[in-house]
Write a protein that binds this ligand. Structure first.
Ligand SMILES: C[S@@+](CC[C@H](N)C(=O)[O-])C[C@H]1O[C@@H](n2cnc3c(N)ncnc32)[C@H](O)[C@@H]1O
Length: 269
């Protein structure tokens, strides 16, 4: 199980996505390597526990946290257990900067803010400072030391990279890889609260997503893309096999907007 809460995480689709992974492993081309390019909390990776993996995300602090949990889970846990969950502490900890803390403390701060912020959102201001408000103690608690030790064991099989999905994957993807692509949903005229900070994935990136899918296919890899069922993705849907699924959206700030939504899985498997 992943130790983070992540807005847009595909927890509801894990059974379906696991079937895609198992199907890809049954083909002649499979090499058993798992790649996720918008990895976030890496819910599918933790479910599958592959023997070899590459996890890429543009979020530098997230990847730093994953790396510290992988390398020093007990030290991160020790730093985490020192932090108190309350609104005033939340805002004090949120105001800390990288210079105030050690590498393990910075990772602990990331987990603390993730578990205590509103709805597991990750959002930054133009200066790159995390600015999600306090969530009111409804987070389900801080992960235990054992949870982080278990996560570390699974993460030891993964290479962790930070950066743009296209730049990082295009040169690295190879024959038999299974690539899961779960970008934020960029839709014209739909405000999903800009959850991941300014300008990280926009409408213009959908064409790069299509290009990457084509490259993976040419290199005889397998891909699965999950996305909102919308016009912007229609040309990718038409080019490959696709399945519509219904999920409960949980990330809208307004509870009235947390309704069932149609999503689409697109694949070459
Ligand atoms: C919907 S979330 C992924 C959730 C993930 N599947 C999970 O299980 O938690 C989208 C992720 O894409 C990342 N992201 C946004 N733009 C990106 C880019 N251009 N390249 C790589 N990652 C990006 C965000 O930081 C965020 O973690």
């Amino acid at each position: 199980m992943t130790f983070l809460r992540w807005a847009g995480s595909k927890k509801q689709l894990l059974d379906t996505l696991s079937c895609c992974w198992h199907a890809s492993n049954c083909t002649d081309q499979s090499n058993g390597r798992y790649i996720e390019a918008f990895s976030g909390s890496a819910a599918l990776f933790f479910r599958l526990q592959p023997k070899s993996a590459l996890l890429v995300d543009v979020n530098h602090d997230l990847q730093h946290c994953m790396r510290r949990v992988r390398n020093s889970p007990r030290k991160v846990s020790e730093a985490l257990q020192k932090l108190t969950c309350s609104e005033s502490e939340y805002y004090r900890i949120r105001s800390q900067t990288r210079d105030d803390l050690s590498a393990n403390e910075w990772a602990a701060r990331f987990i603390y803010l993730n578990r205590n912020c509103f709805n597991g959102l990750y959002r930054t201001n133009r200066q790159g400072r995390f600015n999600v408000p306090y969530g009111g103690g409804r987070s389900g608690g801080i992960p235990t030391e054992q949870t982080l030790v278990d996560a570390s064991r699974i993460l030891k099989k993964a290479t962790l990279l930070e950066g743009d999905f296209f730049e990082q994957l295009k040169p690295r993807v190879g024959r038999g890889d299974f690539v899961y692509l779960d970008p934020p949903y960029a839709q014209r005229n739909v405000n999903l609260d800009n959850q991941y900070g300014p300008d990280v994935f926009g409408i213009q990136d959908v064409a790069r997503l299509a290009n990457l899918a084509q490259t993976i296919n040419e290199k005889k890899g397998h891909f699965v893309i999950s996305y909102a069922a919308c016009d912007e993705i229609e040309h990718i849907v038409k080019a490959w096999t696709s399945y519509e699924v219904t999920v409960q959206r949980t990330i809208a700030a307004n509870v009235a907007h947390r309704r069932p939504a149609k999503e689409v899985l697109i694949t070459n498997i």
